[in-house]
Design a protein around this ligand. Structure first.
Ligand code: M6R
Length: 607
């Protein structure tokens, strides 16, 4: 939620801040602002709307300088207005801050400290700006440390003061901040994407740390205000991965990335001879693996649906009772977790607040907690006791696509690794791995149907509602497909398990209520076919996802998307792509902002 970027060096800062904000726009895009420190003054410009609006506005203002901070907002406290946009100032305009997170005790702080201060916005952040101003006695680092000692809540924070022109203070608690280390220059941002074009060397701030960044040095202090030595880490992602590369939208580019990036999730993580996977990050001895009696997948949104596929894989391959749990529910129940439970915290961003809180709870209860994460160095990756990066590369569209398939592939490998401890033979493991290695080429065959899928979206564009139906391992695929359609095209779409239709949803069906049925050739094929016939009897139009070569399906509907055959367990890796493309084209045809759907942000770092 919200993105922060900052720069200190010799270059003109404005273009760096604007392009950095564009990179972070997926984190929030209802308003934005920049502040630049130059010649003993701090100037700021803010605007409501996307970064394009701000980029236009700054053209008419004289904003020179080589030190600055900027912010793109996803509103939490206070509506979407220019006053509520960041950067915020105190009573004077010499101190500016940008903040990501929530100051929970802002009312208390206001009452206790801000007598006589005039606040201009409805945000919790502005209270923090005034608090720092109160504590400022010529040393911004000290003022920020004193103010943060009074704060309850979460923050990723950057601050500048006109009186200390070559300095940025950055602080983190619960909201990520990364510092990029260049040649006589530093970058600071909510994630690494704004700095990929400039440096690959980064320092991840840990919770409670405050950094003093000047032209000459980077000093980092822990919560006790003692200086700490931090490692400079190298990021592997490159700039080109974060470009649209000729596609109209990031989402389309990321859908088409899948045959390439899934190889990165699999490479070096299996042995065909032994018919098994070797995920080194699991970080467990064989003895510890044998101690596992139960598996729990914790995640939100698309990552949760990947976890549901993981449940099928673990039950089938490893014979372990497995649950997938929505992290926001798990954290407020009294979940039964013990030292025989293996928990996977699954997350693209690695920053999702609910998933993080849930994994902490699972750790507290003594479970083995492992991450299945995309963003390197993210909080979830760092707080788990091991795990695996899914290597999907930067995912910038708000709607997740390639991260999902790489999560599924990773979880299937984990399930195989556990399965080989007991019920999976070498031959079965080898068969599964060979089928998995064929998936990238088969993904390309699904992608080759892009035009056909686009024409189906065109045909169905005027329907306001629809149902997605799947059974078995394709039920989570239906859920994921329906989420994609809702979030980017705003078409109302619900997913049900085929067997549930007769228990209620069938009442909805009518000629104006289409159904998309996933009816690929697997053990539940006949059951799905019965569902489709029941739907047709109610005169509802049906789109069918079928297996290549299944000609009988044409008797049921003329609207068929054919998918290459594969093992049932791997079907989600292919079937989901058809649904991603359908949602994408529907959103484009309906004129929606595909990469930045309304009301959403890419990483949900608040509850
Ligand atoms: O970064 P995470 O994978 O933890 O994010 C979880 C969800 O917020 C995310 O999958 C969300 O549902 C996406 N918008 C789905 O496309």
């Amino acid at each position: 939620m919200c993105g922060i970027v900052g720069y200190i060096g010799k270059k003109e800062v404005l273009p760096i801040l604007i392009s950095g904000l564009r990179r972070l726009e997926y984190r929030g895009y209802d308003s934005a602002g920049v502040a630049i420190s130059h010649a003993g003054k701090v100037k700021k410009i803010k605007s409501v709307g996307k970064i394009d609006v701000l980029a236009e506005k700054v053209k008419s203002v004289d904003l020179v300088g080589s030190v600055g901070i900027a912010h793109t907002r996803w509103a939490t406290h206070g509506g979407v207005t220019e006053e509520n946009a960041h950067p915020h100032i105190g009573c004077q305009d010499d101190l500016v801050i940008c903040h990501n997170g929530i100051i929970e005790n802002y009312r208390e702080l206001k009452e206790n400290f801000l007598k006589g201060h005039t606040l201009r916005s409805q945000t919790d952040t502005e209270v923090l700006a005034h608090l720092i101003e109160i504590f400022y006695e010529g040393d911004l680092l000290k003022a920020v440390q004193k103010a943060l000692a009074e704060v309850r809540g979460t923050y990723g924070l950057v601050a500048m003061h006109a009186a200390e022109p070559n300095k940025i203070i950055a602080a983190r608690l619960g909201s990520p901040l990364v510092i990029g280390v260049g040649e006589n220059e530093y970058y600071v941002a909510s994630d690494t994407s704004p700095m990929l074009a400039h440096t690959k060397n980064v320092v991840f701030l840990d919770d409670g740390e405050v950094a003093e960044i000047t032209l000459e040095s980077l000093k980092i202090y822990n919560v006790e205000q003692k200086a700490v030595d931090k490692n400079i880490e190298k990021i592997e992602w490159d700039e080109a991965q974060a470009e649209k590369q000729g596609f109209d939208h990031f989402m389309l580019k990321e859908i088409f990335d899948q045959p390439t990036v899934i190889k990165d999730a699999i490479r070096g993580r299996y042995s065909l001879d032994e018919g098994t996977a070797h995920l080194g990050g699991l970080n467990m001895t064989d003895e510890q693996m044998h101690q596992v009696k139960r598996v729990v997948m914790l995640a939100c949104g698309t990552a949760y649906y990947a976890g549901l596929v993981g449940k099928y894989a673990f039950e089938r391959l490893a014979g372990l009772p497995t649950e997938a749990d929505v992290a926001s529910e798990f954290r407020y129940r009294d979940p039964i977790i013990d030292k025989h439970t293996l928990v996977f915290a699954i997350s693209q961003s690695g920053e999702t607040a609910d998933t993080l809180a849930a994994l902490r709870e699972a750790k507290r209860k003594g479970a083995f907690v492992r991450g299945v994460v995309n963003v390197v160095g993210s909080t979830i990756a760092r707080e788990t006791d091991g795990g695996t990066y899914i290597h999907a590369g930067p995912e910038l569209a708000v709607a997740s696509s390639k991260a999902y398939t790489n999560m599924v592939a990773t979880l299937i490998l984990y399930a195989l690794q556990f399965g080989r401890l007991n019920r999976v033979s070498v031959a079965t493991g080898e068969r599964l791995l060979n089928a998995l290695l064929e998936i990238p080429e088969k993904m390309k065959l699904v992608l080759a149907q892009n035009d056909k899928i686009k024409s189906l979206a065109e045909k169905y564009k005027s329907y306001k509602n629809c149902i997605y139906l799947g059974r078995g391992i394709n039920f989570p695929v239906a859920l994921e497909g329906a989420l994609k359609l809702k979030e980017i095209s705003y078409v109302h779409c619900e997913a049900f398990a085929g067997g549930e239709m007769k228990h209620g949803p069938i009442a909805l069906l009518a000629p104006d209520f289409p159904v998309l049925a996933i009816m690929t050739k697997n053990q539940l094929y006949e059951k799905m076919r019965s569902n489709v016939e029941e739907i047709l009897a109610r005169k509802a139009p049906v789109i069918i996802i079928a297996t290549q070569g299944d000609d009988e399906v044409k008797e049921l509907s003329e609207d068929v998307i054919y998918i290459p055959p594969t093992m049932e367990l791997l079907e989600p890796l292919l079937n989901t792509i058809a649904l991603q493309l359908y949602a994408y084209h529907m959103a484009v045809i309906l004129g929606k902002d595909v990469d930045r759907p309304r009301n959403l942000a890419k990483s949900v770092t608040v509850e």
